[in-house]
Design a protein around this ligand. Structure first.
Ligand code: UTP
Length: 287
C-alpha cells in the first residue's frame, strides 16, 4: 500500500530555544535562507507524500503564512521584474496539499499525532518531526516507506546516540535482522543511561499502520506528564510487529542550539553562494 499522507507535528513549545521561540516557532528558524520546516516538507515530498497535515498550536501562524500565497509580496516582485524571486515565492505555496489541525495544548507528541485521526482515515501514514533535518540522497522517510512496503508493518527510524544522552530519546531494545534492521522488542522513553536497554534511539521519522492511533488513545500521560508516542508504540508492539530501521543520512536536531549551529555551518559550506567566504572566515578566526 502506498503512503501518501504525512503528519508533521509543530505544536511544541520549543523551550530549549527560548527566548527566540517566545514569539516565533522553532520550525521557522532559518538554516541559511530556508526555514527548518521547508527542508522537512521537501523531504516528505521527495518521499512520495502528497498530503501533509500540520499539527499546529497558538503562536505557530507564521508556518501557515509561509506556505500560503503572498499576494502583496508577489505583486511587489512582479513590479520589480524579479522573476526568479517571484517564482521561488510562488513555488513554496504550491509545493503540496497542506491541512492544519490545532492541538489545543501541547500535551505531548502522542496527543499531537492523535489529533490527526479523522484525517488519516485508516491508512498507513508517515510522521516527520518538524525540527529534525535529515540529509541524504534517498530521503530518510523514503527509506522507512521502502521498509514498510517490504514488510507491511510500522517502521521507526533509529540511530546510535551517545550513551550519556539516552535521556533525550526513546531508546529501543531490538533483535537485529541485518545491519540496519531490528525487530522492536521494547522502547523506553528517555531512560537514564544506567537503565537504557541500548544506545539506539528513535529520531523524528516514523511510518505507522493506522492502528497506532487507537494505541495512543489508550495511553495515559507518561514521562513529563505528556501523552507519549513511545507509550503508544509499546502498545502497538503487543499487537503487531514493529521494525526499527537504522537510516542512512546525517541528522540535525535543530531544536537544540548546538545542532542548529552545526546545521548552519554544514549547509553554508555546502552552498556555492556562501562556501568561499565562510571558509575564509573560519580560517581568519584560526580554526
Ligand atoms: P520536542 O520535545 O522536540 O519539542 O518535540 P518541544 O517540546 O517543542 O521542544 P523543547 O524540548 O520544549 O525545546 C518533538 C516534536 O513534537 C512536536 C514539537 O513541535 C516537535 O516538532 N510536539 C511536541 C507537538 O506538536 N506537540 C506537543 O505537545 C509536543
Amino acid at each position: 500500500m502506498e503512503i501518501k499522507k504525512a503528519v508533521i507535528p509543530v505544536a511544541g513549545m520549543g523551550t530549549r530555544f527560548l527566548p527566540a521561540t517566545k514569539s516565533m516557532p522553532k520550525e521557522m528558524l532559518p538554516v541559511i535562507d530556508k526555514p527548518v520546516i521547508h527542508y522537512v516538507v521537501e523531504e516528505a515530498i521527495a518521499s512520495g507524500i502528497d498530503d501533509i497535515i500540520f499539527i499546529t498550536g497558538r503562536s505557530k501562524r507564521s508556518i501557515e503564512d509561509y506556505f500560503d500565497d503572498s499576494p502583496e509580496l508577489e505583486s511587489h516582485l512582479r513590479q520589480k521584474n524579479s522573476d526568479k524571486l517571484l517564482k521561488m515565492v510562488q513555488d513554496i505555496s504550491s509545493m503540496v496539499d497542506i491541512h492544519y489541525i490545532r492541538q489545543k495544548e501541547p500535551r505531548g507528541l502522542g496527543d499531537a499525532i492523535l489529533t490527526a485521526k479523522k484525517h488519516i482515515n485508516d491508512e498507513p501514514f508517515a510522521v516527520l518531526l518538524g525540527d529534525d533535518i535529515i540529509v541524504n540522497k534517498t530521503p530518510c522517510t523514503k527509506q522507512l516507506i521502502d521498509n514498510f512496503q517490504k514488510y507491511g508493518r510500522s517502521t521507526i527510524a533509529v540511530e546510535e546516540v551517545p550513551p550519556e544522552k539516552t535521556g533525550n530519546y526513546g531508546i529501543i531494545q531490538g533483535k537485529p535482522m541485518d545491519e540496519s534492521l531490528y525487530i522492536l522488542e521494547d522502547i523506553i522513553e528517555k531512560p537514564d543511561p544506567k537503565e537504557a536497554p541500548s544506545n539506539i534511539g528513535a529520531i523524528g521519522r516514523y511510518v505507522f499502520t493506522p492502528e497506532i492511533l487507537d494505541c495512543i488513545k489508550q495511553t495515559t500521560a507518561g514521562v513529563g506528564n505528556e501523552i507519549q508516542l513511545t507509550d503508544g508504540i509499546r502498545l502497538l508492539n503487543k499487537e503487531q510487529k514493529i521494525y526499527a530501521y537504522r537510516f542512512t543520512g546525517k541528522r540535525y536536531d535543530t531544536g537544540d542550539k548546538v545542532e542548529y549551529v552545526k546545521a548552519i555551518i554544514d549547509f553554508a559550506l555546502g552552498n556555492e553562494e556562501t562556501k568561499k567566504e565562510i571558509m575564509e572566515h573560519i580560517k581568519d578566526i584560526g580554526l
